[in-house]
Structure formats: structure tokens, C-alpha cells
Design a protein around this ligand. Structure first.
Ligand code: SF4
Length: 476
């Protein structure tokens, strides 16, 4: 059985916000969320405002499963925010779906968040001691309720207060009756980009969300910056002083969609260059270069270009099987998994294969793919990985694994190669990955590769400590 999903890194969330007097915000937000579906497939939600009151619909499932035509019609308004979620803190339950909707002294506020707060536990304890009542178990609700506490005359000032209290990775969108606000943490760990659409403006996790709504990117929201979108247009204000810039390198390697741009760099091109660097760092004689679809495709093309070894697809990934459909019944799960990734035996048989993938986490998926290659008649399988070895967990919003589960943290390179059962193994170096993106090393978070955490993580904090559900009774 090839369990393709168990060992993939999970992106943590996508956010979207729009103000456009000419169009229904709900429909455009729906389109934007489609483009951000890769950032979270567990739940989706949209909040809209008609200028007076806010309405929200959110539920478990993909964007296309959560919203019907009737749902969109029941969300009238020209301002909206949306969210796609993969749970990194808080269990995967509907009460943790976003946007989070709160009553404040001056009306309703809805908030959607991408990232993780490293001081979530102390803030929640403090707020509960002050009789703030929470509905869910995720750290994003802390942001929403803190904002609701302070949002009286000046919402921007309230955002500044929140930014001065929370620590960690956050790219957020906020909906008020007459305003959409976006803000980004002072290290800029998670992406956030602002631009124009029709007669209005928008903000989204990635530039790929602009295409479906015919929007145009103006620029990335800077670290520590707030973007305010209302009837007067779009303006930027500094919310908190920027810290050392530390955008997640994994956004460039794997998480973000290849048709997005970050740091003004096409991610597709950056991934092709990673493949070229990989070929320079770990050359090999082989007959074909094959990607693990879909994320390995640009790097495999780059590897092929740099070496002259022909690129050929070696397996097909079903576009239509989704983890949501893979039920916890073993027999049905096996069927679903076999449908997800199947070998093209004629392309593999008798060949020396270079197999290009984006990352190895626990090494439980890659070894199954290697086995599939040999079972299909490959004579050699040379695994090449565009992410440097992952030796530390992520505390900034990526669901990775415990350190004890990370293959590169517990095994040597030779041991990993033996575990995978491949002929040879090569990882791209940190310098190689950074060079491929084309930005200075100092502009990235590299913590899962080198342990240099740009935002201090409390000592002895386990990855599970962020899941507030283990220690918090919910009202849901
Ligand atoms: S620790 Fe790794 S995955 Fe997490 S933000 Fe930093 S580079 Fe990205």
C-alpha cells in the first residue's frame, strides 16, 4: 500500500480579503479560496459584510464542498474575508474552522489567521484569567478575541496592540463592517500580498489567488505592516517595528503554489533552479529524470536541463482523489491510496532513474515510491531531494513531525539511503536552495534545517504544546 499522504508536509492555512463595491464579495472570496486550497483542505470559511452586519459560513471540507450556490447567495455584501485551514494548533473540528467571529463593544469582527503563535498558552491563560471566554482550541481565536477587546474607536490601533502582544508567525485578515485589514508578523514568516481588483482592493496569502478574480498584485505586505482596505482605497501603515526578515524557505521549496511569486521571484523558476543546483551538487549517470508528482516536476525539469538526462514522467497522480475521501476504513483507504499514485511501467522498466522529490520527513512515503520504481523494473533509483535535510520541528505553522520522527534527525545519510532502499541519495544544501531562490540567506527562516529559530521558542516546548485542545475545555 502506498500511503501517499502520511509523510507529506502539511501547509497550515490560506487567507483572503477583499473590498469591491461592484461585485459580491462572497463569490470573489470563494474564487480566491479555490486558488488557496493547497494551503489547507480540512475546513473553509467566508465572512462578508454589507456595510452594516457580518455573516459567516464555515464548515469542514474543501471549498467546493463547503459552499453551494445557495450559501453564496445567503452571504450578501461587498467586503469579505476567507480562510482555508489545515490544523496545526487546535484539533480538526468545526469549532476551530475560520474566520473566527466575535462580538466586540462596537460590533462584530471576523478574523482569519495563517501561522502559529509561540506565546499562545500564556496569552490564553492570561485572557481566561480576565474572563475572556473561548469557543475553540486554536491560537487564532486569541488574536480574534484580543482584537475584539480593544477595537473601540480606532481599529488600526487595536491591531497594533494585538501585534505588540502576540509572538510568532502570523499573516492575518480582519473583517469589520466597513473595512478589511491585513497584517503580517515582524519577521514576515508567512506570506501576504496586497493588490487591486475591479474597483476595489484585496489581500491574500499568495499571488496565485489574484488570477481567478482578475486582480493585480501591488506588492507584498512588509514584515510588521498593516494594510487597510476601505471605501477610500488601500493604504499601508507600519503596525510594529520590523524584526529580522525570516520568510519560510519551505514556501519556496514546496508549500506555495508554483505559479505564485514571493520576494518577486517565480516559485516555478526557483524550483527549476533548485533542480539545477541539485544536479551540480549530486551528479549521477542515469537514463531518465522522473519527478514525484506534482511538486517534484519543476525541479526534475531543472535537473534534466542541467545534466542533459531526459525528463520523463514515471507515475501518475490522480487529481481527483483527495484525503477527505480517504476514509478511516482500511480497505477503502487502500483503494483510495492505490488510485492516488500509479507507475507508468513502460517508462520505468530497464531504466536507471533519477527520482526528484521536494522533501523527506519521516521517509515513510519515499521508500514506498522507491519500491514502486524497482517493482516496475527500474535497474537503479537515485533519489534527489530539493529540501535540505529536515532536522528540527517547525513552530511557525507547518505540521512536520516530532524531532524524534524526522528521518534526518535520527539517521545518517547512509542509514536513510538504506531505509529508502535506493541506489543513491542526495539532498540539496541550504546554500544551494537559497542560491536557487536568488535572495540573501539572511532573509529566510531556515530553522528546520539548521536550528536557527528567528523567533525565540520557549524552552522545552513540545510541538503538541501548541494544541490547546489537550488542556482546554471547549464550549463547542
Ligand atoms: S522552521 Fe522550516 S518550515 Fe518552519 S517556518 Fe522555518 S523554514 Fe519554514
Amino acid at each position: 500500500m502506498l500511503n501517499f499522504d502520511s509523510d507529506r508536509l502539511k501547509e497550515e492555512c490560506g487567507v483572503f480579503g477583499i473590498y469591491t463595491p461592484e461585485f459580491e464579495a462572497a463569490r470573489l472570496t470563494f474564487f480566491g479560496l479555490f486558488a488557496l486550497q493547497h494551503r489547507g483542505q480540512e475546513s473553509a470559511g467566508i465572512s462578508v459584510s454589507d456595510g452594516t452586519s457580518l455573516r459567516t459560513r464555515k464548515s469542514m471540507g474543501l471549498v467546493s464542498q463547503v459552499f453551494t450556490e445557495d450559501d453564496l447567495r445567503a452571504l450578501p455584501g461587498h467586503l469579505g474575508i476567507g480562510h482555508t485551514r489545515y490544523s496545526t494548533t487546535g484539533s480538526s473540528k468545526v469549532y476551530n474552522a475560520q474566520p473566527i467571529y466575535c462580538q466586540s463593544q462596537v460590533g462584530h469582527v471576523a478574523v482569519a489567521h495563517n501561522g502559529n503563535l509561540v506565546n499562545a498558552i500564556e496569552l490564553r491563560d492570561e485572557m481566561e484569567a480576565n474572563r475572556v471566554v473561548f469557543d475553540g482550541t486554536n491560537d487564532s481565536e486569541i488574536i480574534a478575541r484580543m482584537l475584539a477587546q480593544h477595537i473601540d474607536a480606532d481599529p488600526i490601533e487595536a491591531v497594533r496592540i494585538v501585534m505588540s502582544r502576540i509572538r510568532g508567525a502570523y499573516s492575518c485578515v480582519v473583517l469589520l463592517p466597513n473595512m478589511v485589514i491585513g497584517f503580517r508578523d515582524p519577521n514576515g514568516v508567512r506570506p501576504l500580498v496586497a493588490g487591486t481588483v475591479a474597483s476595489g482592493h484585496m489581500v491574500a496569502s499568495e499571488s496565485c489567488a489574484f488570477g481567478p478574480v482578475d486582480g493585480t498584485v501591488v506588492r507584498e505586505v512588509a514584515p510588521g505592516e498593516i494594510v487597510i482596505i476601505d471605501k477610500d482605497g488601500m493604504r499601508f501603515e507600519q503596525g510594529i517595528a520590523p524584526d529580522r526578515q525570516a520568510m519560510c524557505l519551505f514556501e519556496f521549496i514546496y508549500f506555495a503554489r508554483p505559479d505564485s511569486k514571493m520576494y518577486d521571484t517565480s516559485l516555478y523558476s526557483a524550483r527549476e533552479r533548485m533542480g539545477e543546483e541539485l544536479a551540480r551538487e549530486h551528479p549521477v549517470e542515469a537514463d531518465v529524470v522522473m519527478p514525484v508528482p506534482d511538486s517534484g516536476i519543476p525541479a526534475a525539469l531543472g535537473f534534466s536541463r542541467a545534466t542533459g538526462i531526459p525528463f520523463q514522467e514515471g507515475m501518475m497522480k490522480s487529481r481527483y482523489i483527495h484525503r477527505t475521501f480517504i476514509q478511516p476504513d482500511q480497505r477503502i483507504r487502500e483503494m483510495g491510496v492505490r488510485m492516488k499514485l500509479t507507475p507508468l511501467v513502460d517508462h520505468i522498466q530497464g531504466k536507471r532513474v533519477v527520482l526528484v522529490d521536494d522533501s523527506i520527513v519521516r521517509a515513510t512515503t519515499t521508500n514506498q515510491i522507491v519500491k514502486m520504481m524497482f517493482d516496475s523494473g527500474a535497474t537503479e533509483v537515485h533519489v534527489r531531494i530539493t529540501a535540505p535535510p529536515i532536522v528540527n520541528p517547525c513552530y511557525y505553522g507547518i505540521d512536520m513531525a516530532h524531532k524524534s520522527e524526522l528521518a534526518a534527525a535520527k539517521w545518517t545519510l547512509d542509514e536513510i539511503r538504506d531505509h529508502l532502499g535506493c541506489t543513491s541519495l542526495g539532498y540539496l544544501s541550504i546554500d544551494g536552495a537559497v542560491k536557487a531562490v536568488g535572495q540573501p540567506r539572511e532573509k529566510f527562516c531556515l530553522a528546520c534545517f539548521n536550528g536557527d529559530y528567528p523567533i525565540a521558542v520557549p524552552k522545552n516546548l513540545s510541538k503538541d504544546a501548541f494544541d490547546l485542545s489537550s488542556r482546554i475545555k471547549t464550549n463547542a
